[in-house]
Ligand binder design. Structure first.
Ligand code: UN1
Length: 509
């Protein structure tokens, strides 16, 4: 493998795991970074510990105190230049994502593009952090609502989107006048180092501490972040199990959280659907990123009249998905992130069969060339479940699609909602009534509900996130920026008397 791009991104053989405006000499242990492609070592990181964390947090906070005074459009100018730097490095960043997370190059490039897009969005926002004026009930008074910078935003990210989720948070946080402190997954530290280097170079010596980085274990660095009173917002992406720890712990100190947790996303296919479209969307949604997106399609709620036909077409399409080295052009399915993920896949397939599901295709470890045998490759899998079985309600981060026949739109909606998670959902139909019903208040209960589009691959312009065990947070587009600021309501009296609200006469005759 040609890895010369690593040097262009500032990645060495040994790397420091903490940045507070300068790369610190950290005190934690050494982490060997392995590529999921073949299990080979691609570098090492000297991890941060709680002391390093404290230094990074302190520098970020001190820099925030000055950054918040810079007019938002000037902050936007820095973000514009960071976005341009992402553009310059797009190819290399895409490859690094492929190398470290194992997704195919097209998806790696897509993730780099997502970073560019959110930077552009944030630049526009930097001139649109609109407040409100509100009619006052009192004469010669006016009321307004203003959005102010919040402080340091703690950003906890998962391996599967090792650069984009930080960018969603940090690009918005920066224009909002905040500092950032990133704790990335220990599976993808090199991506975090590369992104931090790119942003820090643009920010220069004065502002570089705004993109603080702390790569270290949950028990030391993670705990310090959750309990840090200088971090008013923790934006965390990961499992529901992690969210159950992060939420209450941060709430304990009255900090805020923005949680983006598990998904268990369904596509409903009605009997009038365009099946060509549906097949393509289902394959991308279920097989893309080897089933390791939180938006991955995990359940297919298909009208019984078209269930067998659709299943047949899917099996044919799955047979054409080449599994192998994600760096190679023709590959559609790369490795899972590690052996533990493959074991979870094995376990889920075995459990589904035990519970009465029938493996229609896949279900096993994939055969790959000898050079890739250090990676964890599995076959994209379809499991037919004529009865709903318990495993269907769980999220397994692997390419397993459960096919569940339904008899009506109502049943499709009910089953779509009958899982603990509520991230993404979709319906395929040509019937405008069915489509609108799916999107209505009595339809899908998810944060994302699409028509004739799959569950994954959202654009950055919309608010991203979901309900129930997905955690309720919204990141990225729309008015998600409001989570990164504090709201202030102000009433100004420009008259010479002091009328009280609600008509109260206090001390008057
Ligand atoms: C995630 O898996 O954590 O909608 C994020 C999508 C991507 C983001 C996924 N834009 O699939």
């Amino acid at each position: 493998m040609n890895l010369t791009f690593l040097a262009r991104l500032g990645i060495g053989k040994q790397n420091s795991g903490a940045f507070d405006g300068a790369w610190r000499k950290t005190r934690g242990g050494t982490l060997t970074v392995r590529s999921p492609i073949d299990g080979r070592s691609i570098g090492s990181v000297q991890l941060a510990d709680a002391k390093d964390y404290a230094a990074v947090s302190q520098r970020a906070h001190a820099t925030f105190l000055r950054w918040r005074e810079l007019p938002a459009p000037q902050r936007g100018e820095f973000v514009r230049r960071i976005g341009n730097a992402f553009r310059e490095h797009k190819e290399d960043l895409g490859r690094l994502v492929t190398l470290e997370a194992g997704k195919i190059v097209q998806e790696g490039l897509g993730e780099a593009q997502e970073c560019i897009d959110i930077a552009d969005f944030a630049v526009g926002l930097s001139r649109q952090l609109y407040g409100l004026t509100i009619a006052s009930e009192r004469p010669q008074h006016h009321m307004r609502e203003t959005w102010h910078p919040l402080g340091t935003v703690g950003i906890v990210t998962a391996f599967n989107f090792p650069i984009a989720v930080w960018a969603w948070n940090s690009m918005l946080a920066l224009v909002c006048g905040d500092a950032c402190l990133w704790k990335p997954s220990l599976k993808t530290p090199l991506c975090a180092i590369a992104m931090t280097k790119i942003a820090a170079l643009v920010l220069g010596k004065e502002w570089a501490p705004l993109v603080g980085l702390c790569i270290g274990p949950d028990l030391s660095v993670g705990s310090a972040l959750l309990d840090d009173p200088r971090v008013p917002l923790v934006s965390a992406t990961g499992s529901t199990r992690m969210g159950r720890i992060v939420g209450p712990r941060v709430a304990q100190r009255f900090g805020r959280t923005l949680l983006e947790l598990g998904g268990n996303n369904a596509i409903a296919v009605m009997d009038d659907a365009d099946l060509d479209l549906a097949v393509r969307a289902i394959v991308f949604g279920a097989v893309g990123t080897a089933g390791q997106r939180c938006t991955t399609t995990r359940r297919l709620l298909v009208h019984h009249k078209v269930a067998d036909a659709l299943q047949k077409r899917l099996v044919k399409a799955y047979a054409q998905c080449s599994i192998g080295n994600p760096m190679d052009k023709g590959t559609l399915v790369g490795p899972l992130v590690d052996e533990a993920a493959a074991k979870a896949f094995d376990h889920a397939v075995a459990t589904a069969v035990q519970q009465g599901g029938k493996v229609v295709c896949g279900g096993k470890r994939a055969k790959v060339p000898r050079t890739l045998q250090g990676g964890a490759y599995v076959e994209p899998t379809i499991v037919r479940c004529d009865e709903c079985i318990p495993i269907v309600k769980e999220e397994t981060f692997a390419p397993i699609l459960y096919v569940l026949p339904v008899r009506s739109l109502d049943e499709a909606i009910a089953r779509n909602n009958d899982v603990p998670q509520g991230l993404s959902s979709a319906i395929f139909t040509r019937d405008v009534r069915a489509a609108e019903r799916f999107l209505s208040a009595t339809g899908s209960d998810c944060g994302i509900a699409n028509v004739n589009i799959g569950t994954s691959g959202a654009e950055i312009g919309g608010a991203f996130g979901g309900e129930k065990e997905t955690g309720g947070g919204r990141e990225s587009g729309s008015d998600s920026w409001k989570a990164y600021m504090r709201r202030q309501t102000s009433t100004v009296n420009y008259g010479a008397s002091l009328p009280l609200a609600q008509g109260i006469q206090f001390g008057a005759d």
